[in-house]
Design a binder for this molecule. Structure first.
Ligand code: SAH
Ligand code: SF4
Ligand code: F3S
Length: 440
């Protein structure tokens, strides 16, 4: 039996594509191994979003190079955004790589492995979505669904438009079929993926045309799907119909990830985000009006070129005012080929680090304060497995996407009621309600 090993970097889109790579390899008769040393096919699904991602990849590739020199019949493959951004250069820089492919070319991996090709090959023209490919899901009851690829925005710091190209939406009928199939296969929770999910459908024509809110309604109607999540919306496209859908559609979860990036209108302008601080806060007010209990999370970049202390304080004040349930915070990283990499007034590294620390302190304090609203309540939790810190307890997620560690009797994939007894900035703790269990 030939074995494969996949290392995945980057976002959920890459996790989704890696499940497709694994599914394809299994249908070709390969089996997964936990150790790269034992693998006949060594794959990397790469990310290029920040410099740190590139550096980590180089260290991993060094390991693959050693393994390849020990046994030259092994295959080393590199897919994803970094591969797409360097294209055929990958073979000159890393001569031990046999196959390289971009995010729109995952299916070529199977073609390469079943051909007798002895020469290295690269595949970088977008040809299609990976949704129809067989998948090996990490959990039976949860699935990713890719609704669009690419991005039509021009955020000046971001490499994604150059690695994943223009936005292309999948027709709604095809997505409904895919989610019906997943439901029939035992999936209870789906997460819709796109770089900018709420501009979904604008490129579709005729009968296929549908807005993101319409797509949500059609997916909500599918029997067996109890939770729908999505990531990420862009604040400029966040419309009232989608916000209302959170209040109206039973399966659409009470959580919105709304990337802020900066709280300073001047910085937002140079980022080419096309919204102001006020417009962003207006969206937040609309969310809180329609769905008062909605969890809000965000992405923030500190140290964008030209960010002054006053600009940064504007970001801190949005973080204080909104009170996010959680946030991903990043130090600005200049990326090749992006506009922001060429801007003057790059912020010195120690200043970036100091700002990140101050921001994280505010984010965590507000998240801890916000989380107290759950204490004393009973929340619906989808069990994902044992707790990471205490194997006698269970771990799951609430509809708000909060991790809940609790004492209980359920198994992975069960939906249970948990009485919340305490909350930190990151997690909730509690006990499964046996009364609710008896009533079921
Ligand atoms: N399309 C998604 C973004 C994907 S990248 C969206 O707009 O939500 C995820 C996050 O990485 C971005 O939201 C941004 O906060 C961060 N990011 C992107 N490029 C970056 C860069 N050059 N330096 C630092 N952080 C960056
Ligand atoms: Fe995902 Fe962007 Fe990284 Fe590509 S570059 S893997 S789209 S985060
Ligand atoms: Fe990047 Fe902005 Fe698109 S962060 S993926 S250009 S929405």
């Amino acid at each position: 039996m030939r074995r494969y090993h996949v290392t995945t970097f980057g976002c959920q889109m890459n996790q989704h594509d890696s499940e497709r790579m694994k599914g394809m390899l299994e249908s070709l008769g390969y089996s997964e191994t936990d150790s790269r040393d034992d693998a006949d096919v060594i794959l990397f699904n790469t990310c290029s979003i920040r410099e740190a991602a590139d550096n980590r990849l180089v260290a991993h590739l060094g390991h693959a190079k050693r393994l390849k020199s020990e046994r030259p019949d092994r295959i080393v493959g590199v897919g994803g955004c970094w591969a797409q951004s360097v294209k055929d250069e990958v073979f000159a820089r890393f001569p031990f790589v046999d196959v390289a492919f971009g995010p729109g070319q995952v299916h070529k991996l199977a073609e390469f492995l079943t051909s007798d090709s002895l020469t290295a090959q690269g595949f970088f023209e977008f040809e299609g979505f990976t949704g129809h490919l067989p998948a090996k899901r990490a959990r039976d009851f949860q699935a990713w669904v890719q609704i669009s690829i690419g991005c039509n925005c021009v955020c000046s710091y971001c490499i994604v438009p150059s690695t994943r190209g223009r936005e292309v939406s999948r027709p709604p009928g095809e997505l409904v079929c895919e989610v019906e199939r997943l439901a029939a296969d035992g999936v209870r929770e789906v997460t819709l993926l796109g770089q900018n999910v709420n501009s979904y459908g604008r490129d579709l024509r005729g009968d296929e045309r549908a807005s993101f809110a319409e797509l949500l309604a059609r997916l909500d109607a599918i029997d067996g799907i109890e939770r729908i999540r999505y990531t990420s919306p862009h604040p400029k496209d966040m419309r009232e119909d989608v916000i209302r859908a959170h209040a109206e559609l039973p399966s659409l979860c009470e959580h919105i990830h709304l990337p802020l990036q900066s709280g300073s209108t001047a910085v937002l302008k140079r980022m080419r985000r096309t919204y102001t601080r006020e417009r962003y806060l207006d969206r937040v007010a609309m969310i809180r009006e329609h769905v008062p209990d909605c969890a809000l999370t965000t992405d923030i970049i500190v140290g964008f070129p030209g960010e002054t202390e006053a600009d940064f304080e504007q970001t801190i004040s949005v973080a204080e005012e909104v009170g996010y349930d959680g946030a991903f915070t990043f130090i600005f990283s200049p990326r090749r080929g992006t506009e922001a990499a060429t801007l003057r007034d790059q912020v010195p590294h120690p200043v970036k680090v100091e700002r990140l620390e101050r921001l994280v302190e505010v984010i965590q304090r507000r998240a801890r304060e916000r989380a107290q609203r759950f204490v004393g309540r009973s929340l619906e939790v989808l069990i994902e497995g044992p707790s990471r810190t205490d194997a006698t307890r269970l771990r799951g997620r609430s509809r708000h996407n909060k991790v809940v560690n609790f004492a209980g009797l359920g198994s992975s994939g069960d939906m249970v009621e948990v009485e919340i007894t305490s909350a930190t900035s990151q997690t909730l703790a509690g006990t499964e309600s046996l009364l609710a269990r008896a009533a079921h």
